[in-house]
Design a protein around this ligand. Structure first.
Ligand code: G3P
Ligand code: CA
Length: 252
């Protein structure tokens, strides 16, 4: 049977490091991934988008302006241009060697060192672009260690058509009228709402669990909210403070 991502009663919250250990190191780089992995996070979350020449790279924004020393939309830059960018100095001079990783480099790193990936397909993608992501995951033998999430329903449909073995999560800023029906239609393993959305209607959590669907909530950095969400029965927390959440899980 497919793995369930629902948290057994009494067991700790699943810890998902948002863009890696993004409060300690530049987001979405191999160093933020490694800090989160060594700290014991269950998953590293990050965001994938294609370069101009169609190579999947790990970057959150649609442009490289905020998190590198370059400028322009990622989709207007070639892989040669992206590979030359400094993706660390904006965070701290110490990280000047950090680069915008390719998805392939990130998967290589996780395959060798250990660690699972919550990969967000960021923004609208064509089916061919999703196919490149799926092929990269397959080529690295990482289908059992990658969970795909997206705000984009089309990206999830394409992923299911291409790779029904990859677990899927739907990101939501507001709750849908019928999350269970949507979860069934999209073959979701998880429904992933913003904290402010799920806190308005926590009864949805039990409904989703009955349908076999886990709930992964973003992006939650305070212990007060971890406690409320744990009591409400959510399965996983996406956080910028994975080390602190692991400590809280162990002590609580
Ligand atoms: O994993 C959820 C979260 O990453 C969604 O928001 O903008 O940080 O990608 P964002
Ligand atoms: Ca994300």
């Amino acid at each position: 049977p497919p793995r369930s991502y629902i948290r057994p009663a009494g067991s700790p919250l699943t810890v998902i490091a948002h863009r890696g250990a993004s409060s300690a190191a530049p987001e979405n780089t191999l160093v933020s991934q490694e800090i989160a992995r060594r700290g014991g996070a269950d998953f590293i979350e990050n965001d994938v988008q294609p370069s101009k020449d169609g190579v999947p790279y790990i970057l959150h924004d649609t442009t490289v302006d905020r998190t590198t020393d370059g400028t322009g939309p990622i989709r207007s830059l070639t892989s040669a241009q992206l590979d030359g960018l400094d993706a660390g100095s904006w965070f701290a001079p110490h990280y000047k060697e950090a680069r915008v990783p390719t998805l392939a480099a990130q998967l290589d790193d996780l395959r060798t060192r250990g660690g699972d990936l919550l990969l967000e397909i960021k923004g609208s993608h064509t089916k061919a672009e999703v196919a490149t992501i799926v092929d990269t995951i397959r080529a690295h033998g990482m289908t059992g260690r990658v969970f795909v999430q997206s705000f984009e329903v089309d990206a999830l449909r394409y992923t299911y058509e291409l790779a029904p073995d990859l677990p899927l999560g739907l990101l939501r800023s507001n709750l849908d009228a019928d999350p269970v029906a949507l979860a069934k239609e999209l073959h979701l393993a998880a429904y992933n709402p913003q904290d402010s959305a799920i806190s308005k209607n926590p009864s949805v959590i039990a409904d989703l669990h009955k349908a076999g669907v886990a709930v992964m909530v973003w992006t939650v950095d305070s212990a007060d909210r971890w406690k409320s969400l744990e009591s409400a029965g959510v399965d996983a927390i996406i956080t910028n403070r994975p080390t602190e959440l692991i400590g809280w899980n162990n002590a609580y």
